[in-house]
Design a protein around this ligand. Structure first.
Ligand code: PAF
Length: 282
């Protein structure tokens, strides 16, 4: 496995792989790898001749009072995991390599970035689309892999890819959960033992809401109220939002119909967790 820091070097490797018509799969990450990331790698390895992973804690997607500085980092551990999994190249650029002095260009998807997480994280998706677009230009992947856990991120990246006619196929992989249902996330590392236990209410409430929907409930308000009530049984949970929206456009719906995305963001102490579920409603 090669570890590359410079854009010029990775571009030259990509060029030589393309010359031999190898397909390139790309797994962009911010590191602190867990089984969720590794499932993206496994899928990329199955689909492609060559798999590139990036590890870059992207400063532009963090708000001024967010956790950029304390975001968990473990480069040595990550490189071991990537090598064991069979990744071909890990790209670990510095902040200066990606955003040199005088950097001024940002990519912004309008509309859907103002909903759900966008309401409390106003510039977050602008940072995500900027870095993902830059990484796509650097790595030129045939396919790029993202987790369903970040449902809005995937929707925003799909929109950018289609609006800007990018030559990459976006592949969404299922959310990987701990045995007790908590969606895997690098941020779970922040949780105290007590909050870690309380946080299982997020997936529980989504699975229970799914059962209600499967039994025929189609009223959006009732489903949202149900999830809110379940989460509020944990007194340390502070709800940012709970919503039920169209799974493709993320637009508001009155009645649950088609592909519905149940999505939530909840804080335990300083740790903001997200989770979601897509449910096919007849
Ligand atoms: O999902 C993430 O880890 C990040 O948002 C991404 C896609 C790597 C961009 O920094």
């Amino acid at each position: 496995m090669r570890v590359v820091e410079k854009i010029a070097e990775i571009k030259s490797i990509v060029r030589s792989q393309k010359r031999t018509e190898k397909t390139i799969g790309f797994v962009p990450t911010m590191g602190y790898l867990h089984e969720g990331h590794m499932s993206l790698v496994e899928t990329s390895l199955r689909h492609n001749d060559y798999t590139i992973m990036s590890i870059f804690v992207n400063p532009t997607q963090f708000g001024p009072n967010e956790d950029f500085e304390r975001y968990p980092r473990d480069l040595d551990g990550d490189l071991k995991k990537a090598e064991l999994a069979g990744v071909d190249i890990v790209f670990i650029p510095t902040k200066e390599e990606i955003y040199p002095k005088g950097y001024k260009t940002y990519v912004n998807v309008e509309g859907i970035t103002n909903l759900l997480c966008g309401k409390s994280r106003p510039d977050h998706f602008r940072g995500v689309t900027t870095i993902v677009n830059k990484l796509f230009n650097i790595v030129e992947p045939d396919k790029a892999y993202f987790g369903q856990k970040d449902a809005q991120q995937v929707a925003v990246i799909r929109k950018m890819t289609s609006d800007l006619n990018l030559n990459v196929e976006i592949v969404t992989c299922p959310t990987i959960r701990e045995d007790d249902g908590l969606a895997m996330s690098s941020r779970n590392a922040y949780l105290s033992e007590k909050d870690r236990l309380s946080a299982t209410i997020l997936s529980k409430s989504l699975f229970e809401a799914k059962e209600l929907i499967n039994k025929g409930e189609r009223n959006r308000e009732k489903i949202i109220d149900f999830i809110i009530q379940r989460i509020n049984t944990e007194k340390d949970a502070i709800i940012d939002y709970v919503d039920a929206v169209d799974g493709d456009s993320l637009e508001q719906i009155d009645f649950l119909k088609g592909n519905v995305l149940l999505a939530l963001a909840v804080k335990f102490g300083q740790t903001r967790l997200i989770d979601n579920m897509i449910i096919a409603c007849e």
